[in-house]
Design a binder for this molecule. Structure first.
Ligand SMILES: [Zn+2]
Ligand SMILES: [Zn+2]
Length: 440
């Protein structure tokens, strides 16, 4: 083949390619419709990957997908289609970040990288925009409280309300929301930081949400049990038990100081297992909504199968009661099966009606006192003169009511004293055997 013919053929070939690209829309640049689009396109090429959060560039021409420690998936528009690839530190020749802009130079002959400008400095936190379940439920809370109030006031249902008590509960609830906005981000960011060390990335599917809900409900059981058995955590949780009434407004009597107990570390195993912190926060919202409606005396015992599986008004009345047999029982959030499995279940008895509150009621409606009284009491005890270091520590970590000289009542001493007064009750659910006498 002579040289001129070869040149003509090459030029013609190039012209044909340019025309083909031009007339098939190759000069337009495809845009990603959103995170789902990026996930779907990436999954076509990498079906085995389970991307976590995704971040779109401001022009929606590219998306960065979080694939776990030191790995990132990229969906990038080239002409009217998208290319995908996985980038590891090994592929990166140069990486510069400036504000929302990232520029990347890759050690790859097919794609040299490029510059990407992201919409905001949001980070992974905003990539999952799940609804705030508890906030959406606030109108339902208000309407339900008003209906219960009307039912009780008109004598149509069992229950008791006291205006000052309900107001205190509502203020505690409001303060809890404010504290969540101010302090909740701290624990959330700690969990997001942990997310990079996860063993798996479970991604998002209906089963991931179901599994997250169940495991988080178990996490709540563990937290709640600790909250009643370790004074450091009780100092925060006692708020919820400080009302001597039991109605829907009691449910809103939530703590302000949860962050300081560091109990959010109980969520760490879930994060490491591959549940994104946003998923955990989302499913916990449903748990809290469930825990709202069970704070009522208007509903008696429900169907047998329901009472067997779920935490119900009857089971949670037991949890709020100070009757000796009911102390330290029914820690469940949504599923009562955890209490049945771990031996903390006590059924409500017709002949032992719950008396609500705490063993030593604080007799105040002042939200500040409600929020901080036990913290103050605990530090006073721990810092009292003449104690050993071990005794001081015990005031923080032993169950509520523990004292270095045994001068106060714990739930064990109250239960034992009750059995001594009522020997026939020994060994019944929530009560010790008669032989279990404490040192007098
Ligand atoms: Zn409790
Ligand atoms: Zn409660």
């Amino acid at each position: 083949m002579s040289l001129p013919v070869l040149v003509v053929l090459v030029v013609f070939g190039i012209a044909l390619s340019v025309a083909a690209v031009h007339f098939t829309g190759g000069t337009t640049t495809a845009t990603l419709a959103g995170a789902d689009h990026a996930f779907a396109r990436f999954a076509e090429d990498f079906p085995d990957e389970r991307p976590g959060a995704v971040r779109l560039t401001a022009d929606s021409h590219a998306a960065f997908l979080d694939l776990g420690p030191q790995r990132c998936g990229i969906v990038q528009s080239i002409g009217d289609c998208f290319l995908t690839r996985i980038v590891t530190p090994h592929d990166i020749l140069e990486l510069t970040r400036e504000g929302n802009a990232v520029s990347l130079r890759l050690n790859d002959f097919t794609w040299k990288g490029g510059s990407f400008v992201f919409a905001g400095e949001a980070g992974v936190m905003d990539e999952y925009n799940f609804p705030q379940v508890t906030q959406l439920a606030i109108p339902f809370f208000v309407v339900a409280i008003l209906i219960e109030l009307w039912l009780v006031r008109t004598g149509r249902a069992k229950g008791s309300f006291e205006t000052r008590d309900t107001l205190a509960s509502l203020m505690m609830g409001t303060g809890n929301v404010v504290a969540g906005l101010l302090l909740g981000v701290v624990s959330y960011w700690a969990l997001l930081w942990l997310w990079q060390f996860r063993f798996f990335n479970l991604g998002l599917s209906i089963w991931v949400f179901v599994a997250a809900f169940l495991l988080d409900d178990l996490r709540y059981y563990v937290y709640h049990r600790i909250a009643h058995r370790v004074r450091w955590v009780w100092a925060e949780h006692v708020n919820h038990h400080s009302s001597q009434h039991y109605n829907l407004s009691t449910a809103l009597r939530q703590s302000w100081t949860g962050l300081f107990t560091f109990m959010f570390i109980l969520q760490a195993p879930l994060v490491l297992l591959g549940f994104h912190p946003a998923v955990i926060a989302f499913v916990f919202g449903f748990n809290l909504v469930w825990q709202f409606w069970i704070h009522t005396e208007t509903i008696g015992k429900m169907w047998g199968w329901f009472e067997f599986i779920f935490n119900t008004p009857s089971h949670h009345r037991v949890h709020h009661a100070t009757n000796p047999r009911y102390l330290d029982a029914n820690y469940a959030g949504t599923l009562i099966i955890w209490d049945r499995m771990f031996g903390t279940f006590v059924a409500e008895l017709e002949e032992d009606r719950p008396r609500y509150g705490i063993v030593k009621n604080i007799g105040t409606f002042n939200p500040l006192k409600v929020a901080f009284h036990e913290w103050i009491g605990m530090f006073k005890d721990a810092l009292a003169p003449g104690l050993t270091l071990r005794q001081r520590l015990n005031y923080l970590i032993q169950p509520p009511g523990w004292s270095h000289d045994g001068s106060r009542d714990t739930s064990e001493t109250l239960k034992a004293a009750y059995v001594r007064r009522n020997p026939g009750e020994a060994g019944k659910p929530g009560l010790p055997e008669a032989s279990a006498r404490p040192a007098e």
